[in-house]
Ligand binder design. Structure first.
Ligand SMILES: NC(=O)CC[C@H](N)C(=O)O
Length: 385
């Protein structure tokens, strides 16, 4: 959704005007940041004060224009170690006060340069607090960023924003997932093989498994159940990913086969929504979603509260206070967000399967939820015993 003209010197570009137009007609004026041009997407806000590289490169942000609530962005520049995938996926980037001079021992270039080089249109100088409050009150909505000297009139820009595709009903996993299978080897002694269905996986996720002696076979989003079982997996994993889970019919049907066969199963984020659907629950769009790295979640199986990383705009509609009968036995809500009681995890009581709506891989974010990878390992050990 992005068109851009690049290569302007940062100084010169910074003076170029930019305007952000929301689909309800509210506009914010600022300056060009990153690539100069036009972009459209769903406007969402992220409250993480650090970890912008991980946010930008998380494939779940495909087609979203991310508003940073932290006022200073780009302070530590861009390094070559922190990306979660091969490229920036956000459709646009909105910041208040970008760093003029980044400072960090790992920094290789400025964030402005990186965004420009990857053709990502952004805007700076925006009152991101006012914009975030607007999105919180009115909900996530479509947005356009237009930058450069020859901007169309506001009516034209608004009409273009209203023609952009909505996030509801978007089927995006295949656009971001690997086309070819690949293997992430176990670190140290290999103990298990996992088939990981890539719906938009972040690099840290297979790494967290590899650290636990798991050889991870990452498979395209279009992988069939036969392809999953061809790697002879001890467990099957379904990743995070962009888009509306209501469109994910194919992974839901693959997951049902995994549930029928009783193979240990773990899902993260989109994977949690797919487990919800596989069990017969619905999914729905949250008003403005959860995005950030300090969301309180309670693990109801232990009572413990953990501080967690989130990036989701949809959620599973499952009863919080009762065990549900499903085609695969009893299921319950294992985790809940303490801010708003949104379902943050599911577990089956009669089969080795569970999932969480948030990000235990913690890239970026606190490591409180790392135990979930150990839980997956325990399920696989239990299956062997
Ligand atoms: N990070 C994710 O997997 C997000 C899942 C889904 N696209 C949502 O927005 O809810």
């Amino acid at each position: 959704m992005t068109t851009s003209t690049q290569g302007n010197a940062s100084q010169r570009k910074r003076a170029l005007p930019a305007v952000l137009v929301l689909e309800d007609g509210r506009t914010f004026r600022g300056r060009a940041y990153g690539a100069v041009g036009v972009t459209f997407g769903e406007a969402v806000f992220s409250t993480g004060m650090t970890g912008y590289q991980e946010t930008l490169t998380d494939p779940s942000y495909h087609r979203q224009v991310v508003v940073m609530t932290a006022p200073h962005v780009g302070n530590t520049g861009v390094n070559d170690e922190d990306p979660e995938s091969q490229r920036i996926w956000v459709a646009g980037y909105v910041v208040r006060d970008p760093a003029r001079v980044p400072s960090n021992w790992r920094s290789r270039r400025t964030l402005d340069e990186e965004l420009a080089q990857q053709g990502v249109v952004g805007i700076s100088g925006v009152d991101t607090r006012a914009l975030t409050r607007h999105l919180r009150e009115r909900g996530a909505m479509r947005v356009g960023i237009f930058s450069g000297n020859a901007l169309p009139d506001e009516g034209t820009m608004l009409a273009e924003v209203r023609q952009a595709p909505e996030m509801k009903g978007a089927d995006l996993s295949a656009e971001v997932a690997t086309k070819e299978p690949y293997v992430v080897p176990a670190i140290g002694e290999k103990k298990f093989t996992v088939a990981a269905v890539d719906l938009g996986i972040k690099g840290m996720t297979p790494h967290r498994m590899a650290e636990r002696g798991i050889e991870v076979h990452v498979l395209p989003a279009t992988a069939t159940a036969d392809e999953v079982y061809a790697v002879n997996p001890d467990g099957v994993f379904f990743s995070n990913g962009p888009g509306d889970p209501a469109t994910a019919d194919h992974p839901v049907s693959v997951m049902r086969t995994v549930l029928e066969r009783g193979t240990p199963l773990f899902g993260i984020c989109f994977g949690n929504q797919i487990l919800g659907r596989a069990l017969g629950f619905g999914t729905y769009k949250l008003k403005y979603g959860h995005r950030g790295i300090n969301q309180p979640v309670q693990d109801r199986t232990t009572g413990k509260v953990e501080v967690t990383a989130h990036n989701h705009g949809f959620a599973v509609d499952a009863p919080l206070d009762k065990v549900s009968e499903t085609p695969y036995g009893r299921a319950e809500v294992s985790h809940v967000c303490l801010n708003d009681n949104v379902v943050e995890g599911l577990q089956l009581l009669d089969r080795p399967a569970f999932s969480v709506q948030y990000h235990p891989e913690a890239a970026a974010g606190p490591h409180d939820a790392a135990y979930l990878f150990d839980r997956f390992v325990s399920l696989m050990e239990g299956q062997r015993a």
